[in-house]
Design a protein around this ligand. Structure first.
Ligand SMILES: Nc1nc2c(c(=O)[nH]1)N[C@@H](CN(C=O)c1ccc(C(=O)N[C@@H](CCC(=O)O)C(=O)O)cc1)CN2
Length: 294
């Protein structure tokens, strides 16, 4: 068997063209969606993700406002930047790029974001709405990577209802909210959320119809762990230095030989990453649509 590729670049591109027409409609009604980003420090990965978010905005017609602080920024500087983004009328939604440099309390900073401008769905109010299953009448943005994973599975008709999902990693941006999302009414999966203290990870993965690896351990997930035909989504990424060229290479959490056993495989790069960016745009558009409807 060779797995069908869950192509994140093509799927994100389809999502972006659908959004472009909704953005044109918003603009016609005088609402200009604007995404703000706050980047602290000079982590190369974060810099490249933030640059990508601004390129995406330009592509679909969303204004974007960039705030960069040096690695030496104090907690008071970060608080002040968040306060300014909360107040800026041209910013309809914004993100604080994670991770923040050591010494900053990420949870405390996320809590300062105006929940109505939280484009990442990571403010406690919005995570609480995810726990409560609130959607519809309130704008309840979902964290972008979990939303991107579910959107990609839907678009490739991978069945979710009643299926067993094993998530590897319990981080804030992927594992924990993804477990909540998959078990929501309407998606109705059964989820096992595993982590570094899980006793027999291979056994937990072996019984899954859908495997999501979001842990940042290169090639952790082996072909012999995979139930034949399962869908496997590789989310974790590690920058490994190539011994021959000395250049940094991106390596996912899934051994490439998994493609010979899985039914569907979302590669890394080229899978969930582009969908994460597309879902961020979708959150900004939805929040502008709520603003228009109010
Ligand atoms: N505030 C947030 N911080 C972080 C999030 C998040 O959702 N909100 N997620 C990740 C980083 N991230 C978005 O910010 C992100 C990661 C990867 C990609 C992506 O498109 N990756 C490409 C590879 C690009 C490369 O590194 O060269 C791919 O997978 O093809 C987009 C966004 C942590 N922080």
């Amino acid at each position: 068997m060779t797995a069908i590729t869950l192509d994140g670049v093509a799927t994100a591109s389809a999502v972006k063209s659908e959004l472009a027409s909704r953005i044109a409609l918003l603009r016609a009604h005088g609402v200009v969606p604007g995404l703000g980003t706050l980047l602290v420090g000079d982590d190369p990965g974060s810099k490249s993700y933030v640059a990508g978010k601004h390129r995406d905005c330009a592509e679909v017609g969303i204004e974007s406002i960039r705030v960069d602080l040096p690695a030496s920024a104090t907690t008071a500087d970060v608080r002040a930047a968040i306060r300014d983004l909360n107040a800026a009328s041209e910013v309809t939604g914004y993100i604080v790029q994670l991770p923040l440099p050591a010494g900053h309390d990420e949870n405390a900073m996320l809590e300062l974001i105006d929940p109505d401008k939280d484009a990442d769905g990571l403010h406690p109010t919005n995570l609480g709405r995810l726990v409560l299953g609130i959607e519809g009448e309130l704008h309840s943005p979902l964290p972008c990577t979990p939303a991107g994973i579910v959107e990609m599975l839907r678009r490739y008709d991978v069945p979710i209802r009643g299926r067993h999902v094993t998530v590897i990693g319990r981080g804030l941006t992927v594992g924990r909210p993804l477990g909540l999302l998959f078990t929501r009414k309407g998606l109705d999966a059964t989820v096992t959320l595993t982590h570094s203290r899980t006793i027999d990870l291979a056994a937990e993965v072996r019984r899954a119809d859908i495997v999501v690896a979001a842990v940042g351990v290169p090639h952790l997930v082996k072909p012999e762990w995979i139930r034949p035909g399962a869908a496997v989504l590789d989310v974790g990424i590690t920058r490994v230095q190539d011994e021959e060229t000395g250049k940094a290479r991106l390596t996912g959490d899934v051994d490439p030989d998994v493609a010979s056993v899985a039914g569907h495989l979302s590669p890394n790069p080229g899978g969930v990453g582009p969908m994460t960016r597309a879902m961020l745009l979708a959150n900004v558009v939805k929040s502008a649509e709520f603003k228009l409807a109010r």
